[in-house]
Design a protein around this ligand. Sequence first.
Ligand code: GLU
Length: 307
Amino acid sequence: MPSPSVPSYRGRFAPSPTGELHFGSLLAAFGSWLLARHARGTWLVRVEDLDPPREIAGAAQRQLRTLSAFGLESDEAVLRQSERGDRYRAALERLLAQGLAFPCHCSRSDLAAVGGIHRRCVSASERLGRAPAIRLRVADGSVVTFQDRIRGAQSQDVAREVGDVVLRRADGYWAYQLAVVVDDAEQGITDIVRGADLLDSTPRQILLQRALGLPTPRYAHLPLVLGRDGRKLSKSDAALPVDPQRPLPALRAAWRALGQAPDALAGAASVPLLLTRAQTEFDPGRIASTPTVALAAMHNGDFIIAD
Ligand code: GLU
């Protein structure tokens, strides 16, 4: 008898080109790559260039070049969200036709007056000449629960904590929440591995998958690395970029931040050797289930992960 078809593992790393690749992004890239390789799966890179006002010219190309210097190359052609407006439009039109999405003229200040969460339109009038945002209608009592592979059981009342989710912004740009759901489904992603800063976006993405009749992948949210000042390392925080000329120290630090045994990579003197060793020695069970991990400090230009 033919065995039931089980989709093989497909993971991805999906950076936004809003800055240089920094240590936090390297951790998400390396962590998602390691989990994909551990499962003998496919690993993809997707450029999430949806938000031109926040993008930095040339950053996408530089991020891809830096990933290559770290030996992390997409197994298939790199998808660019800026080229996929037709797909997002088709999904949005389906939701509108089914009454699952609606145009909304509420401004940020309209919503601030009602606690910042959209449950019904409160704008007094349609703003002349201003296009509406489009939102997903989130029914009362939309509590989403899921099992995160690293963080365990998760639950969020999306109606109360998030409200109706923006799918297309009033300025006409596609919202990350819609694009990520459409692309993950179309690329057949089975496993989403990313930083814990996106943990609370996951329930709204699951609701959107359900509204569009798409499968829900497995999720694993990696701990965030804190900077020396105790704050998250993020692209906009002027976090220090990783140096593509010196991949080995950064890969070793990322390995430590993923909870892996430091000695496992001792003596690996080139990127290919280090990655081969890392693939063999990687133990997913060692990744910390805490929201953050040890402080990253800098020493002579290298990241150091505290013990
Ligand atoms: N593009 C998002 C970011 O750079 C990540 C999206 C995701 O992994 O779902 O923060």
